[in-house]
Unconditional design. Structure first.
Length: 172
């Protein structure tokens, strides 16, 4: 996932080298595309939630989608701050995303939670890889941002896991 060359008019001054800009922009744009895909899937499941736990799940997914969407601007601006170009369109997101969309007309509520949990875990893994790339180029600001987002994604995965668990018998 290489970043596209930046035109001189858009090149933000940075002490990071050209290779660092290319590597970091590519890694963060891939994460950003996954974030947009996860946002849309979370909103989709929020809109199409049903069943006896509707209110709890609906509100949890709304909260999670807000948190996910809040990541988008920060990640895109990190790409620009290091001298790269960021995503420009839905098509660009589609070309970069690694998380699968879910276009099914109906998804069971517990399957929704499981799928979102798995996607958040995949996002954590992708952010760890991007963190390694940023760390390799001494981009401490982006690594710091990613560390916060990794923690948030792990929390979302935890909540999704706990919300979908069947209760244990008393005493366990």
């Amino acid at each position: 996932m290489n970043a596209k060359p930046v035109t001189p008019r858009l090149r933000t001054p940075t002490d990071l080298g050209e290779n660092a800009t290319k590597d970091i922009a590519g890694a963060i744009n891939a994460v950003l595309a996954d974030v947009f895909a996860l946002y849309m899937k979370t909103k989709n499941f929020h809109w199409h939630m049903s069943g006896p736990h509707f209110r709890d799940y609906h509100l949890m997914l709304d909260e999670q989608s807000d948190q996910i969407f809040a990541m988008t601007d920060v990640l895109a601006e990190r790409v620009r701050k290091v001298g790269g170009n960021t995503l420009r369109s839905i098509g660009d997101i589609t070309r970069h995303q690694r998380l699968a969309d879910n276009d099914a007309a109906y998804v069971d509520p517990l399957d929704m939670l499981a799928e979102l949990r798995e996607d958040n875990q995949r996002l954590v893994a992708a952010m760890r890889e991007a963190h390694d790339t940023c760390d390799e180029h001494n981009d401490v600001a982006t690594t710091s941002v990613l560390e916060v987002y990794i923690d948030e994604a792990e929390r979302r995965a935890w909540f999704l896991y706990e919300a979908s668990r069947h209760g244990l018998p008393t005493g366990q």
